[in-house]
Write a protein that binds this ligand. Structure first.
Ligand SMILES: Nc1nc2c(ncn2[C@@H]2O[C@H](COP(=O)(O)OP(=O)(O)OP(=O)(O)O)[C@@H](O)[C@H]2O)c(=O)[nH]1
Ligand SMILES: [Zn+2]
Length: 302
């Protein structure tokens, strides 16, 4: 054995194949490998495999296998659930939030998605869709405050032309998220013509059509660009984030953190709070501070 080889706690098994999870539906996965695509399950009760994960599989039949190991992840996004967060997409390199003027755009949703991106240190682009409508033009203008925080805001009209975002997708594994009705499906179908058909097939296989089971698909746009879509995904889960880490995920809070009178300040109503003072000076907006306080209140921090 050469001195250079790394010790491994995995039994040496020449049958293990490395692959990429290109689809997850409930507890079943499709894994793309150099030997083709395998339908896979996980070992035991392990279910935290996500679309975009790099994995090692053990072949069990010609086109079937078992996921034995998840390789280290560069990023991990969770799906919002009433009770808990469930992994949905791994190794994503940027987040695209789809919004529009119709139906009305909820700023809290934008803020939640941005927070999920900050946790993973991922760049965010807010796509303002339906720019052929005046309502969307107004939303685009109102989002200049997000642009000022360093988030990219891009106007599009998915129904007319998606080419303005092709350059944005290049070289990335992107994930799309958005409130219902903003045009996420229109966008995905324009970018990936086969997507509509594949989504339909899975809905039929799951015998629901209502997406009650979480599923996600990774599409190859070209050799270096991928898009992960999870139909119906409106928000990312934030349950797993430590309450103490939240303030640091607001870029405009960062210059003031550590400046409060109390080192354990929650920036709620404490005297000598530097975040509160920055808000009074107009350096932190009322809406972002209110959003931060809402997150803290949700966690029953007194
Ligand atoms: N005017 C206009 N309408 C659009 C545009 N893009 C999408 N729409 C319309 O907006 C509506 C919602 O679009 P979908 O693509 O179904 O929206 P979605 O975000 O996938 O919604 P869910 O399926 O509920 O998650 C449809 O009637 C689309 O035709 C656009 O660029 N301009
Ligand atoms: Zn404070």
């Amino acid at each position: 054995m050469s001195k250079k080889s790394k010790p491994s706690n995995r039994p040496a098994n020449t049958n293990l194949l490395e692959g990429l999870v290109i689809q997850s539906f409930g507890r079943r996965f499709r894994v793309e490998t150099a030997d083709g695509i395998f339908g896979c399950v996980t070992r035991g009760k392990k279910t935290d495999v996500a679309c975009g994960d790099k994995v090692l599989i053990q072949k069990t039949a010609l086109d079937e296998g078992v996921i034995e190991e998840i390789l280290p992840r560069a990023s991990l996004l969770y799906r919002q659930d009433e009770w808990r967060s469930k992994t949905i997409a791994a190794n994503v390199s940027q987040i695209l939030i789809v919004t529009a003027g119709v139906p009305s755009c909820h700023e809290a949703m934008l803020n939640r998605c941005i927070l999920a991106a900050e946790v993973n240190h991922l760049p965010v682009t807010i796509l303002v869709n339906k720019m052929d409508l005046s309502e969307s033009q107004a939303v685009f203008e109102s989002l200049s405050s997000f642009q000022a925080l360093g988030y990219n805001v891009v106007p599009i009209s998915a129904k007319q032309d998606v080419s303005p975002i092709l350059a944005l997708l290049k070289g990335h594994t992107s994930v799309l998220v958005g409130q219902s009705g903003m045009g996420k499906s229109t966008l995905v179908n324009a970018l990936i013509p086969e997507a509509a058909a594949r989504t339909g097939e899975i809905s039929e296989a799951l015998d629901s059509g209502k997406h009650t089971t979480t599923f996600a698909t990774l599409y190859h746009l070209d050799e270096e660009s991928q898009l992960i879509d999870s139909p119906g995904m409106q928000e990312f889960g934030l349950h797993h984030i430590d309450s103490r880490d939240i303030a640091g995920m607001f870029p405009e809070f960062r210059p003031y953190l550590g400046e409060c009178r109390f080192h354990n300040c929650w920036h709620k109503v404490e005297p000598g709070c530097a975040i509160e003072a920055a808000n009074a000076d107009g350096k932190i907006s009322d809406s972002r501070l209110a959003f931060y306080r809402l997150l803290i209140a949700e966690r029953n921090i007194k």
